[in-house]
Ligand binder design. Sequence first.
Ligand SMILES: [Zn+2]
Length: 403
Amino acid sequence: MLVFKNAFLIDGTGAAPLPNATVIISGKTIDAAGQNIKPPENAQVIDLKGKPLLPGFSDAHTHFGGSPLLERPGSVSRFTSYDYAEHCEAALSWGVTAMRSAGDFTPDIIEFRDEVNAGKHRSPRVLACGPFLQAKGGHPLSTVYFDDPVIAKGSIVSIDEKTDIDAEVGKLADLGVDWIKVMAGRKNKLKYPDDEVPGLTEKQLRLITDAAHKRGLPVMMHADDVGDLVRAVKAGADTVEHTINVATSDHEMTDEALRLLIDNKVWVVPTMTATKLHDGSAAEAPLVWPALLTAVRRMIQAGVRIGVGCDSGIPFLPRGECIHIETELLTEAGYTPLQAVTAVTGKNAEMLRSNDVFGTVTPGKAADIAVLGSNPLEDIRNTRDILMVLRDGAVVIDKLLSV
Ligand SMILES: [Zn+2]
């Protein structure tokens, strides 16, 4: 039994922080958390002396198979890129204890998730969607992957008018995916601006969500602009990824889009870090970050539910660290530091349909925990000040001795 005392507890539920809190961990699980709790006898007690204790962070949009050498996310297996271990280690060291794979080589990612669940790897928790469902001739296979046959086989389900969509979704369900990932965009992201490639029709998108939902699977849809976002929500998406991406000029968040998002209780994962860091890196590409920031501000003001993911695994994003950039950007878009911390912990777990398992420091939840050296509610950049990380009750990062 492990006990933290004198913690400044930010529990991930959105509640005000509790000073002088005690957190009791029994095996993999949080037994108790709050004030005036007496530690059991014979427990190992760590006095945090007022340091913040939070749930581990989660990254709701990542790609494990993105190698800095191979330069494309999700394109290759862990046996080819050897970088799943690097990805997991970077995440843990930055306090990330859960990640949703938003498209990776399959079935490797599913096998990897199962091995992680069996305790065979030092890794954050993994939720995985398997391959991307996309229109034949569309993004990403025919744009950024140049119709590579290995990627076509491992990472893509190509859909045209002859495809039996229900059967294809059924195969992924049988494989054990946690989510279905659909490309609802039509942009060629290597050509600017507004170069279109084939995209899935509204009817095809709806067939996919119907096939997924009847099997109990949620659907995440990639959108390059507000038009895609509206199509995705109308087709029944559960989460919309990106919102305003490189290679688009459809920037205006409309009242219709906001109303659809609210009415349908759809989450948006704006992956702001990726868009911000991409801006300016390709001379021909128009800048889109200011438009995305404005759009996220409007979504926050309207009360749209925002998920936190940064598209880590793509080449120019710092692994692990990027979730802290994304969290900081949420405060730029209008969240208070407490709202931003809640978004990247408890709310993200809710979006990932895992809030019965992790995401808050409350009794019965998995002991996935981050201890910080300074208070993120005073300065959101302090989420980076990681001193200790626990995953399922096991200490995986420990810098407490050095302070
Ligand atoms: Zn992605």
